[in-house]
Design a protein around this ligand. Structure first.
Ligand code: NAD
Length: 255
């Protein structure tokens, strides 16, 4: 259980769901974790529980990222991992999409990931002992099969997939030893699905049935992939896309 011993890792959206499960797992693997989220109470509680540091961060805010990097350098002197995991949904199709909501989803799910990569690379390049690190970007199965009722979410998750490849190839060609991969969960049991389930409880069996395994994923099962991608075991893995979806993308549903 020491696959991330001494690594310094920022986890955005670390206050809840997949992010919180990853904070717990990274801490158990020996990492120094910075929980970065807009939910201060939940984020501080997870940080207390795991011996991590909480820092309030809106991932869409460039200046806030710069402040976070300064804090990380002051406290830890290095940065090894950024898990760009914060994300939001809109529940709006192309017919009812509101421009302010669209812009916010783009800001959090896409610009937020870009800023996490940009600031992460800038800090990781200056690591004592040499440039290096791992960037992990949470996309979704929605990068491959759209959610018609959420045009903004589907668009951002597809874009995160290609953003990841552009970052990965740039870093590798520049000789930075900074890897970048996208992580694509299927339907996973987290609070992000609550509004949809509150509005339509009949969706729960549908979410379970989306995977040929007949069940939704658990946040810990997504966190396990993040551990691999953050660790040295993934030393030759960059620009890749990693489904953790119980086989959802493997075949047509119901056939
Ligand atoms: N749960 C699923 O079924 C599922 C499936 C595929 C992908 N994902 C993705 O997984 C990631 C994590 O989602 P989750 O399911 O754990 O949901 P969640 O709602 O439990 O967690 C998301 C976290 O992101 C935080 N957040 C939202 N906006 C933020 C901002 N501007 N700055 C910083 N933090 C912010 C929230 O406060 C929350 O703590 C998201 O990117 C989501 O799109 C989830």
């Amino acid at each position: 259980m020491e696959r991330l011993q001494g690594r310094v890792a920022i986890i955005t959206g670390g206050a809840s769901g997949i992010g919180a499960a990853t904070v717990r797992r990274f801490a158990a693997e020996g990492a120094c974790v910075i929980v970065a989220d807009i939910q201060a109470d939940l984020g501080a509680a997870i940080a207390d529980e795991t011996g991590s540091l909480f820092q309030e961060l809106d991932v869409a805010d460039d200046a806030a990222w710069a402040r976070l990097m300064a804090l990380v350098l002051e406290r830890f002197g290095r940065l090894d991992v950024v898990f760009n995991n914060a994300g939001i949904v809109s529940g709006q199709s192309i017919e009812d999409v509101d421009l302010a909501v669209w812009n916010r989803v783009i800001g959090v799910n896409l610009t937020g990931v870009m800023l996490g990569c940009k600031h992460g690379i800038s800090t990781m390049r200056r690591n004592p002992g040499g440039s290096g690190g791992a960037l992990i970007n949470t996309a979704s199965t929605a990068a491959y099969a759209a959610i018609p009722s959420d045009v903004a979410y589907s668009s951002t998750k597809s874009a995160v997939r290609m953003l990841t490849k552009a970052v990965a190839a740039h870093c590798a060609r520049s000789g930075y030893n900074i890897r970048c991969n996208s992580l694509h969960p299927g339907a996973t049991e987290t609070p992000i699905l609550r509004p949809a389930l509150d509005a339509a409880p009949q969706l729960l069996p549908v979410f379970h049935a989306m995977s040929p395994m007949g069940r939704m994923g658990r946040p810990e099962e997504i966190a396990a992939m993040a551990v691999f991608l953050a660790s040295d075991e993934a030393s030759y893995v960059t620009g890749g896309e990693f489904l953790v979806d119980g086989g959802m993308m493997a075949g047509h549903p119901g056939m």
